[in-house]
Design a protein around this ligand. Structure first.
Ligand code: TRP
Length: 333
């Protein structure tokens, strides 16, 4: 495959969990060597919910630390904090002039937020897709590794980029598309029997990268199962299938087959499976957890990483903005 420009942002909401790692970050680690990658921490996006300044700072730091601990390499990719690039709000402002109220009001994520937080329907929330567009097209990205829930935002990014090109009669922006690394979208299920591993269903539903062995054992002991198979060779219920799915990712193949055949013969003891799976998760996460705690202490490293990221990202952003300013008619005398 030829080299693509890839952009991905993550809103800083605290610790990363195993789902973030297996579903995204470990793919980023591979992608960074194959493509031109921009990974950023979307702290401007956080402002829609008015976080308190100390929390915001801590959350940004935590994502930066954990991204590094997972193996993102500031030399191989461009790793930066969104608010270090004032070029992004400048492009956002330009794009806003061509974004229609009606089309923004129809965005599913906006309608959902307006319904769930009726007391804080601010203009930033309405124009969230415009800011996300700026994030992506400021680097002229063509691929964005995001899940299904971001599909509509990407469609808008194409619309806004194309519109800018058309209005100003310049081919500045290519079209960005969603991207599954390795063409597979793996779902990392949560521990409570439901859908994907996500913090919105509570801390008990996720295994955080920083969870201690004791915490992991405790969470796993409470993981939801069912009353057990009663007939041989019946397909597992979804909570049990979820545990098999996680096992597939962190345990050996022999162990997975072992428990699957115990299940098939109705001889499975969920307590054993959960204990065993907990130990495999602990072993799997241990090197990451150790790196997190090392990097967390290393303020100098973090300062350096943020600075390099800012410089590399600004180089690409300045180039694009220069073209936009020129196209719009902001020209030097
Ligand atoms: N909206 C994305 C999310 O909620 C985060 C995000 C912001 C993003 N800007 C981006 C993702 C640009 C990819 C590219 O997950």
């Amino acid at each position: 495959m030829s080299k693509e420009i890839i952009v991905s942002g993550i809103r800083p909401t605290g610790n990363l969990h195993l789902g973030n790692y297996l579903g995204a970050v470990n793919n980023f680690v591979k992608m960074q060597h194959e493509h031109t990658c921009y990974f950023f921490i979307a702290d401007y996006h956080s402002l829609t919910t008015h976080p308190n300044p100390a929390d915001l700072h801590m959350n940004v730091k935590q994502v930066l630390v954990e991204y590094l601990a997972c193996g993102l390499d500031p030399e191989a990719c461009t790793l930066y904090i969104q608010s270090d690039l004032p070029q992004i709000p400048e492009l956002y402002m330009m794009l806003n002039m061509h974004a229609n109220l009606g089309e923004l009001e129809r965005v599913a994520s906006f309608k959902e937020k307006a319904r769930t937080q009726p007391n804080n329907i601010n203009a930033g929330l309405l124009t969230y897709p415009v800011l996300m567009t700026a994030d992506i097209i400021i680097h002229k990205a063509t691929k964005v590794p995001v899940g299904k829930d971001q599909e509509q935002h990407l469609e808008m990014a194409r619309t806004f980029g194309n519109r800018f090109n058309r209005v100003y009669q310049k081919e500045i922006f290519p079209e960005p598309y969603a991207f599954n690394y390795g063409n597979e979208l793996i779902k990392i299920p949560g521990l409570q029997g439901g859908g994907k591993m996500s913090k919105s269903d509570g801390d008990g539903n996720v295994i955080n990268l920083i969870d201690t062995p004791e915490v992991i054992r405790k969470k796993m002991s409470k993981a939801v199962t069912d009353t057990g198979p009663t007939e041989p060779n019946t397909p597992p219920s979804s909570p049990v299938q979820n545990l098999f799915d996680i096992m597939k990712l962190v345990s050996s193949e022999e162990k997975l087959t072992h428990y699957q055949s115990l299940y098939a013969s109705c001889a499975i003891r969920y307590g054993d499976l959960k204990k065993d799976l907990a130990e495999d998760m602990i072993a799997y996460l241990q090197p990451i957890r150790e790196k997190i705690s090392d990097i967390q202490q290393n303020e100098e490293l973090l300062r350096k990483v943020a600075k390099i990221g800012k410089e590399k990202a600004a180089e690409s952003a300045n180039q694009t903005l220069k073209e936009c300013r020129e196209a719009i008619g902001f020209r030097a005398f």
